[in-house]
Design a protein around this ligand. Structure first.
Ligand SMILES: [Zn+2]
Length: 365
């Protein structure tokens, strides 16, 4: 393998990504564990699993986590960066020297990664599922009104349909439309950005992983890799922790002043209910946490939303003609993964910076 270039570390399918990850972990003599998703197989008939690779001393008290694929096809980006991390001798040497443990979590949503959909096997958006299900569910009554507008019976939507959606946006404003559409909804299991009614298999598995690896740590820095929002190739650091000033200050001291908080209206991301990283508060109650999503831009926002709508329409219409199905799947992959060398180079370079920043921050903590 050409280790002077990062390009070969990016894969074109979930199967290939998983194999590259496990091979790189074996090459680095990392400890691996696989959590197989029961009852489902991948788009090519393959086994689906969340895989972990860990490095570091058994008595380490600080840990760096890099996770991928929370939103299915966004995993092409995060997986490539995880494989690149494992092949990066300089980065691993810094890690060894610092005594900080590394945990890579590959394909948080393996079903969505393989089947090229944002949601998991239960149509749950995992970044809306990590809430307290014993408390009243977050309300989002506006979603029900939007659902038939964004997901018409026929695809592509008619001009009349798009005019009706445009009318809704004109009446309520773009921010209210985005909040209603993507903030998370708990009433329509077949709808978009659905948060579920109970913790998913992915949620429970991620909690198991965190408890086993991170609960004993004094400090944890967690980067969850995402794509689809913001300018193409730019990695926005989106704060993923609670609205607690000491935690936000910690994240900014590690990653810089450009850690944007959704609740301060600074980020490309809206405030969402129940992001995956929030489980660190439950599972690592005595740990000082630094939590961010690293969000890489791909396509203009409107185009990304249009392709997400198409993909969701396809979920509701599994009998769509094969040619249409293939076109929609291809477009969704391209919406979350720019299969171009310069994009991959930019994505890895920024991820590497964020990893070195986290290592430096943890070492000085
Ligand atoms: Zn995402």
């Amino acid at each position: 393998m050409n280790r002077t270039s990062v390009i070969p570390h990016f894969s074109g399918s979930y199967v290939e990504a998983r194999q590259q990850f496990l091979d790189a972990a074996a090459c680095r003599r990392a400890t691996t564990q696989s959590f197989v998703l029961p009852h489902y197989t991948g788009a090519l008939g393959e086994r689906l699993s969340i895989d972990t690779a860990s490095l570091g001393a058994a008595d380490a008290d600080r840990m760096l986590i890099l996770s991928s694929g929370t939103h299915g096809p966004e995993g092409f980006c995060g997986s490539g960066c995880q494989v690149a991390t494992l092949h990066d001798d300089d980065l691993i040497a810094r890690l060894d020297k610092s005594g900080i443990a590394l945990l890579l979590i590959h394909a948080v949503n393996p079903y969505g990664f393989s089947h090229l959909q944002r949601t998991n096997q239960d149509n749950v958006d995992l970044n809306r599922n990590h809430i307290d299900f014993d408390a009243p569910l977050p309300a989002n009554d506006a979603y029900a009104e939007i659902d038939p507008l964004v997901l018409p019976d026929a695809w592509p939507p008619s001009q009349e349909h798009e005019r009706a959606l445009g009318g809704y946006i004109a009446r309520h404003g773009m921010p209210a439309y985005h909040r209603a559409l993507s903030g998370g909804q708990y009433a329509m299991p077949g709808g978009m950005f659905y948060g579920g009614r109970a913790p998913t298999w992915n949620n429970r598995t991620m909690r198991t992983i965190l408890r086993a690896h991170a609960a004993r740590m004094k400090q944890v820095a967690w980067i969850d890799a995402h794509t689809g929002l913001g300018p193409r190739g730019h990695g926005e650091k989106i704060y993923a922790g609670r609205n607690v000033s000491a935690d936000l200050a910690r994240a900014r001291s590690w990653w810089g002043a450009d850690v944007f908080a959704p609740f301060d209206d600074e980020s490309e991301s809206p405030v969402v209910s129940g992001p995956v990283a929030s489980i660190a508060y439950d599972e690592c109650p005595d740990t000082a946490l630094g939590l961010i999503a690293l969000e890489f831009g791909t396509l203009p926002f409107d185009e990304m939303i249009y392709r997400l709508r198409a993909r969701h329409w396809l979920l509701r219409h599994p009998d769509a003609p094969a040619a249409q199905r293939h076109a929609i799947l291809r477009q969704i992959r391209d919406a979350f993964y720019c299969d171009h060398d310069e994009w991959k180079g930019a994505v890895w370079a920024q991820t590497r910076v964020a990893l070195v920043q986290a290592l430096t921050g943890l070492a000085n903590a």
